[in-house]
Design a protein around this ligand. Sequence first.
Ligand SMILES: C[S@@+](CC[C@H](N)C(=O)[O-])C[C@H]1O[C@@H](n2cnc3c(N)ncnc32)[C@H](O)[C@@H]1O
Length: 377
Amino acid sequence: MPRLLPRVLHHARKIDPLLPLVLQATRDLASAKNELRWLKEFVIEQQSRHPKHDDRKVLDQRLRQVCIDRARGKPLQYIMGSEYFGDLEISCEKGVLIPRQETATSVTHLIILLHHSSNNKTKTPLPNNLKLLDLCTGTGCIPLLSHYLFTSIHKRKAENLEVVGVDISPLALKLAKKNLQNLIAEGTIQKKPNLRFLQADVLSSTDGHGDAAIPSLKSALEHYNFTSDLAGSGKSSWDIIISNPPYISPQAFARTTTRSVKRYEPRLALVPPYTASDKDTNQGDLFYPHLLSIAASHSAKIVLFEVADLQQAIRVSAMAIHQNIWDGIQIWRDDPMAAETVGDTALDGKVKVVGQGHGRSVVVYRGVGKQWLGVED
Ligand SMILES: C[S@@+](CC[C@H](N)C(=O)[O-])C[C@H]1O[C@@H](n2cnc3c(N)ncnc32)[C@H](O)[C@@H]1O
């Protein structure tokens, strides 16, 4: 990381004595000014909730402390306790990955595409009871945003929507449930949604043992179906499966992941576990074969997986081609809505590359999924 020039720090100090601290984290003055303003608003707002401590000295100390935390690289979202994901304010806590805007962009694009084609009367409509499964859910941001968009943009009734988020981490599940309650309380998500968060290990086909045993996805979903309001609708099939799994190889984590992410965000959410037989790249890709086989066995019509970059997108697309069950595969870049380079394809034209920016997700579809997505021949 390049050093900050003394004259830049001097200039920042003249504007505000706390600005050089925030500048250590942001590295540019305009962002540092914005962040310092947000941090001041945040500290004042917190203080106002405890009128007894309404003392200028306490406020100044608190503000200085959050600026020091920021200088040490603590993410703003962990300090302030939330991040926007699309239109939703999602609570963030240490130990659970902070949701990223690129993820929100891909999920929103998917749901807007489904909306366009559901307005087209010649196409097969989405099912009356739409089922969406999000694997590796973290804060629950994907199920929550999906639920919100289906009920707001699609005007789908909440009772016709079944959404489940799955994660291995108890911390993540606790936060996801808290986020759901917050969004219901503020009226962003309708009351009593059919939206649940379950614990399961998506990499394991058998249940764990012992006190804190983690169930396999199969048994978590079986148990859930048993108690679900829609239990009568039968077997565990999911129309749409989304996942933003851990996908960074250990080498990329060591070399390219920022200090702040390494220090503050959970490795469990970023790097797949080590398996002795795997090479470094394979370890980064570890989740995808499991996720694709889950999608195959749960009759998914559309699948959206986030990936690190175009190279990983191409490897995941090759895995999907190898399954030989999908009618189409697309790679979406960071901005999938931007006009793409005409004829941009990968893997000998078998995979269409959509939008502009870095490779961000792989979308596979089959059967009616093709019509739901509005893909033309
Ligand atoms: C990259 S984060 C994604 C979080 C969230 N979906 C998002 O987009 O912000 C990956 C998540 O996978 C979870 N995870 C890691 N290993 C898992 C496993 N074997 N089974 C289920 N979830 C797992 C982590 O706890 C983490 O919350």
